[in-house]
Write a protein that binds this ligand. Structure first.
Ligand SMILES: [Fe+2]
Ligand SMILES: [Fe+2]
Length: 228
């Protein structure tokens, strides 16, 4: 009887956990559904990155810093390649020569950030270089983010003014692309498709499996990119 109760309680507890995971996933899915334009998708990622950065630099707890440092790496690696595969080609397609110049400049900035991220992603929070390295990344990244939000994305929005469907399509494509790209920095893969796409597909499964063994913030439902 005791064991039956125990089992019933274990089953109930598992079901409750599964339900709350399902609810968390559904609430994320509904957030995604509300997100309508590519600008919204990009800005949402930028705010998340800023939050993860602050969690690292405003804490003295190594475990907390490691978890959010991993989350920062995971999000930044996928965001960067997602932009290179979906957003920057859209600059070139819809804005013409000026769009091509914007994309080239953004790709160069991504490369600099990826080189630093590659160093950071292999560090332990206990190392004295951990916080200075993420601050160095943020110094470059925050300028890049400002440029994308104040100059590049408004230019794309203006070019897509009469093609709202296209902006929504790009947002969906950006979300899907982030699910299969690497979740760690690989600067040697480059920033230009299609070479980058092939390199990304080769390295992504290894990154995703290794993520299972990394620590992430407790509230993260799953570091599996397919849930984002
Ligand atoms: Fe970017
Ligand atoms: Fe960005």
């Amino acid at each position: 009887m005791f064991s039956i109760r125990l089992n019933a309680s274990a089953i109930f507890s598992s079901a409750t956990k599964a339900q709350s995971l399902h609810q968390a996933y559904r609430s994320f899915s509904s957030t995604s559904a509300i997100m309508s334009t590519i600008q919204d998708a990009i800005v949402k990622d930028h705010r998340e990155l800023e939050q993860y950065y602050k969690e690292v630099v405003n804490s003295n707890d190594h475990d907390h810093q490691q978890r959010f440092g991993n989350q920062f790496t995971w999000e930044l690696a996928r965001h960067s390649v997602g932009e290179e595969l979906v957003v920057y080609p859209a600059f070139e397609k819809y804005i013409g020569n000026r769009g091509k110049a914007m994309a080239d400049n953004d790709r160069q900035e991504h490369h600099q950030v990826k080189e630093l991220l590659k160093q950071f992603q292999n560090m332990k929070a206990e190392q004295p270089e951990f916080v200075p390295k993420i601050k160095e990344i943020w110094g470059l990244l925050s300028e890049h983010i400002k440029e994308e939000e104040e100059k590049d994305m408004p230019a794309l929005a203006a070019a897509l003014q009469d093609h709202k469907d296209e902006s929504e399509k790009l947002a969906r494509s950006f979300g899907r692309t982030k699910a299969f790209v690497p979740s760690r920095s690989h600067p040697s893969a480059g920033e230009n498709p299609p070479f980058e796409t092939v390199m990304g597909l080769l390295t992504a499964p290894f990154d995703h499996v290794a993520d299972i063994f990394r620590k992430f913030p407790d509230k993260t439902v799953s570091p599996n990119p397919s849930t984002k």
